[in-house]
Design a protein. Structure first.
Length: 275
């Protein structure tokens, strides 16, 4: 039986084992999938030990996606251009293949929700690995993205990483807040910070909340995430957490490992009934 795991810190909240169990049942594939909490300074050793002991593949979550990229020998196109890895597969040659299914998973969920179109103007809050991992797929789809982040230099680093392409830019948070009357042309606002994991919300003005804008949190909770509660309180009508993205990106991981694509629409329906 092939063995897989999701690596992160924190990891207790992860629903990935449940999702992959549903995929396995749907497709008739036998696999073992667990979650592993990794000390912040011990990621490389833990991951490589997993593979040495028979692991076939892994998912990588916060805060190790950039570190995972550095471990890989070869990449899919979307991982190569994203610079972060959330899915790993051990090849027959024993090379470590890195993929990034976050961006394509998010894009698929946004399409399902009808939250996006090729010319969408997106405000992306956050400039960590989660943000960097989704940009390539959104840009390739045709969207324009503006990044704001607590640390402006991190946002500028992402712009530089993507070679200053024309439909990706960043604004200093202080400047953004002072000029909100000029900033409300967005169709979709995405929270890519880890604030929801900590029970917090990003430090932004409620003036960004408008009833005709879509709001999406990459993270998920049994109830609304803190960011989405805040959005709804201030008048947002069109909101979604990242559970659909989680399932869609997991499906692309499953496909990389097994060559079979699960029916995600059925899984999302089942998952929402259970949780």
């Amino acid at each position: 039986m092939k063995r897989f795991a999701v690596f992160g810190n924190p990891i207790k909240h992860s629903k990935s084992p449940i999702i992959h169990k549903l995929f396995a049942k749907q497709t008739g594939i036998l696999q073992k999938y667990t979650k592993i909490c990794v000390p912040i300074d011990n990621f490389h050793e833990k991951l490589l030990n997993f593979f040495k002991n028979g692991g076939n593949g892994a998912n990588i979550t916060i805060p190790f996606k950039k570190k995972a990229y550095k471990l890989c020998n070869t990449f899919t196109e979307r991982a190569k251009y994203s610079g972060v890895v959330n899915t790993i597969k051990i090849m027959k040659s024993q090379e470590i293949l890195g993929d990034n299914t976050d961006g394509i998973g998010l894009l698929q969920d946004l399409k399902n929700l009808k939250f996006i179109h090729p010319k969408s103007k997106i405000l992306l809050i956050g400039a960590g690995g989660a943000a960097q991992g989704i940009i390539y797929s959104l840009i390739k789809f045709g969207c324009n993205i503006t990044i704001i982040n607590r640390t402006y230099q991190n946002a500028k680093n992402i712009i530089k990483y993507f070679h200053n392409i024309k439909n990706l830019n960043c604004i200093e948070l202080q400047h953004f807040s002072k000029n909100l009357h000029n900033q409300l042309q967005y169709n979709l606002i995405i929270n890519a910070t880890s604030s929801s994991l900590k029970g917090n919300i990003p430090n932004i003005s409620p003036l960004i909340i408008k009833s005709n804008i879509f709001y999406y949190d990459l993270f998920y909770d049994i109830s609304l995430t803190p960011f989405l509660k805040w959005c709804r309180f201030h008048g947002a009508k069109k909101i979604s957490d990242g559970i659909g993205m989680l399932i869609e990106q997991a499906a692309y991981s499953f496909y990389l490992w097994h060559g079979i694509m699960p029916n995600t629409k059925i899984i999302i329906q089942k998952f929402k009934k259970i949780y």
